[in-house]
Design a protein around this ligand. Structure first.
Ligand SMILES: [Zn+2]
Length: 247
């Protein structure tokens, strides 16, 4: 019996090891989220936009997506933020100018969030509960600041690496990004794993593969949820819409 347990432990350990390389570049700490509180859940998150391809994402009616937006970008495309909000997708803050937060002072870090939240608030009248640090960089001090601002730091389980192919052709970007994620999916087990997926919504090839990704994950037994739903057990008191009214 004990040998069987050790064997099962080893299988889970090797499994997690195989899934781990895409998580090495992000900071972690108390209150940082990298996956859901229960297995079998997948969340699609999109960083950095808005942009011309957002509309095709919003046409995927059955899905609720999570957008981590930049202050500069929502000022440039207020109507897109409005549309995202009205269609009840979730919105998180991704800073104002996309800096390396760990290189900034406490006051500069705070300004990056406050300025972005002010821009968001001006358009939709609420500010987010969730934040994602640019480049996944947010050290202990930064983490404490985000906590004091009542923000849940939402990292990712798997980065699609879609940004890696921005200089490649559309077809190469599409094929390689899709293969990255399907490769990880093939190693996964919905009885053990959950995923917060990281994509960017200004690469057409990355946006175009979403229906294929959804089909592949659903076929394997995963269910698509929002970040709020994926964390609902550990954050029972949070508003399920993932947004809160400004104090
Ligand atoms: Zn970013």
């Amino acid at each position: 019996m004990q040998i069987k347990l050790i064997f099962q432990f080893l299988i889970v350990f090797i499994h997690q090891l195989l899934l781990s390389p895409m998580t090495l570049t992000q900071d972690s700490g108390s209150g940082f989220i990298t996956n859901c509180s229960k297995p079998g859940i997948v969340v699609l998150t999109f960083d950095d936009g808005s942009g011309q391809y957002t509309n095709s994402l919003l046409q995927l009616k059955k899905l609720k997506l999570h957008f981590f937006v930049l202050g500069t970008s929502v000022e440039q495309y207020p109507e897109i933020l409005n549309k995202i909000f009205k269609e009840r997708h979730q919105i998180g803050v991704h800073t104002y100018t996309h800096p390396h937060l760990n290189d900034l002072t406490y006051e500069q870090q705070k300004e990056e969030i406050v300025k972005a939240n002010d821009a968001i608030y001006k358009i939709i009248g609420v500010i987010p509960n969730y934040m994602r640090p640019p480049f996944g960089e947010c050290d202990d001090e930064c983490g404490k600041l985000m906590k004091s601002l009542d923000l849940i730091i939402t990292q990712w389980t798997i980065d699609f690496y879609d940004w890696h192919y921005q200089a490649a052709s559309y077809q190469e970007g599409r094929t390689k990004t899709l293969n990255n994620i399907l490769g990880y999916l093939s190693l996964s087990n919905p009885k053990i794993d959950s995923f917060i997926l990281l994509q960017h919504y200004f690469y057409k090839y990355s946006v175009d593969i979403v229906p294929e990704i959804v089909e592949a994950f659903e076929k394997k037994g995963y269910t698509f949820e929002t970040v709020a739903e994926c964390l609902v057990e550990s954050y029972k008191n949070k508003n399920e819409d993932g947004k809160m009214t400004k104090k």
